[in-house]
Design a protein around this ligand. Sequence first.
Ligand code: ADP
Ligand code: MG
Length: 247
Amino acid sequence: MTDALLQIKGLNKAFGALVATDDVSLTLEPGEIHALIGPNGAGKSTLIKQIAGGLKPDAGEIRFNGQDITALSTVARARAGLGRTFQISSLAMEYTVLQNAVLGALGHRGTVWRFFAPVMKNADLRAAALTALERVGLADQAGKRTADLSHGQRRLLEVAVALTLHPKVFLMDEPMAGLGASGSKRLTGFLDGLRREAPILLVEHDMDAVFALADRISVLVYGKIIATGTAQEIRAHPEVREAYLGD
Ligand code: ADP
Ligand code: MG
C-alpha cells in the first residue's frame, strides 16, 4: 500500500461524548474507486470533512501524495489536488452555470465575488470552466441560471466545478442523492471513467452505484470501519449483513 495517493491514519473526531470517527484508517490507490458506506449518522460526512479540511481531527494523520497535509487549510488542500463535491449543494443558484464553473476554476464556490466582471472575462478561467462543462455534458447549458437546472444537472455541475481545478483525487459525499434512475446511470458512467484520472473516495447510499463502481468498499458503523473488501467480500461479510445490509 506504499503507492496510496491518499492515506488516512487513525482519524478521531468527537463531538462532546459522541465519537463520530473512531480511529479510522483507509487508503485510496491510483485508479480506484473506494466506496464508504454505512447507516445514517455513522460518521461518513464527518470523515470526508476531516480529509477535505473543513473539520480538524482530534487525532490522526492525512497523507496525500506522500505529504502530511493534516495541518493544511481547505484551500491549500484543494490547490494541492484534493477535489470535492458536497452532500449539500455549494452552487450559487442565482448565477449562471458558466459563472459557477468560472468561480470553481478560481478556487471559490458559491460565494459572491467582488471582482466578478473582470474574472468572467478572463480567457483562461473561461476556457477551464467550459472544458469542465463539456466533460459533464453541460456546455449547452452554460448561459442558464443554475436555479433553472434539473437536480441531476446541478449534481453534474458540482462535479464540473470540482473538475476545473484538475484534482488528483476526488472526495464525493453522496453524489447520487436525489437523482432519478437515468441521472444516476449517467453520473455512474462518468465516475467510472473519471477514476483513471483521479481515484475517488465515494460516500454513497445508492448500493447499485456502489456495487457497479467500487473496487473496494469500506463499511463505517458508529464511527468505526468494521470491514474493507471487494464488493463480493462485503456482500458475504456476516457482520456487515447484520449491521447494514439488513439481514
Ligand atoms: P453520516 O454522514 O454517516 O450520516 P455524519 O458524519 O453526518 O454521519 O454524523 C456522524 C455523527 O456525528 C451523527 O451522530 C451526527 O449527529 C454527529 N455530528 C455531525 N456533525 C456534528 C457537529 N458539527 N456537532 C455535533 N454533532 C455532529
Ligand atoms: Mg452524511
